[in-house]
Design a protein around this ligand. Structure first.
Ligand code: ITT
Length: 213
């Protein structure tokens, strides 16, 4: 059973080393783009997996929750470098489908198109209340194989009848956000970051980094 540390003591941080470089351990280029947009105006440089650990194999995401999977990923990668590392586990949760696809969001089809078709098929003929869907993001921060903290973000909207827009990645073309009356694929990533699950989790991470840095 994985239990995140409640608080990471400053004394545990390498003396004199501030978090000015962080390895973003993800193989998903869509996530990389969104993290980079957020960090581009800060004094923290985001390093990519390829640049730090080369072509490394992915760990098996055997957890039962987003948090467990984020922790599995971050510990796996952070055991291989001294840099602070962040990993993220995220996905789409559709309450009327019992939470499907949830932690399996990236695994229910061979590409984004197939995955989107699968959920549209399952929601065919269903009305708005049953089309409610939430994106969830859990970011885990670790250093030298030690978990520091996790950060959660969530945003809810509706699954549209058909895909719209070309921005973003994954399920964005069918994730309709009522507040802006658009799908996440119809807005630039700066705007998506303001409302998105990932943007909300990143904001909490940044607040924490400010505190310990
Ligand atoms: P890493 O594990 O290497 O980070 P991954 O794509 O396998 O990459 P996840 O296991 O966290 O990452 O799966 C997340 C999936 O959830 C992602 O592939 C999309 O299908 C979906 N998803 C998550 N965030 C999304 C977003 O902002 N927009 C659209 N779809 C998203």
């Amino acid at each position: 059973m994985l239990t995140p540390l409640k608080e990471y003591r400053n004394s545990d941080l390498k003396k004199g080393k501030r978090f000015n470089q962080i390895l973003l351990a993800t193989k998903n280029p869509g996530k990389v783009r969104e993290f980079q947009k957020y960090f581009s105006e800060l004094n923290i440089k985001i390093l990519k997996l390829d640049d730090v650990l080369g072509r490394i194999e992915e760990p098996e995401e055997s957890g039962k929750t987003f948090e467990e999977n984020a922790i599995i990923k971050v510990l796996y990668y952070s055991e291989k470098t001294e840099l602070p590392v962040i990993s993220e586990d995220s996905g789409l949760v559709i309450p009327s489908l019992g939470g499907f696809p949830g932690i399996y969001s990236s695994r229910i089809g061979k590409d984004d198109g197939e995955r989107i078709s699968k959920i549209l098929e399952k929601l065919k003929g269903k009305d708005k209340p049953e089309r409610k869907a939430c994106f969830v993001s859990v970011i885990a921060l670790a250093q030298s194989g030690k978990l520091i903290k996790t950060f959660k973000g969530k945003v809810c909207g509706y699954i549209s009848e058909k895909p719209q827009g070309n921005n973003g990645f994954g399920y964005d073309p069918v994730f309709y956000y009522s507040k802006i009356r658009k799908t996440f694929a119809q807005i630039p990533s700066e705007v998506k970051n303001k409302f998105s699950h990932r943007g909300r989790a990143i904001k909490k991470l940044l607040k924490y980094l400010e505190k310990i840095n």
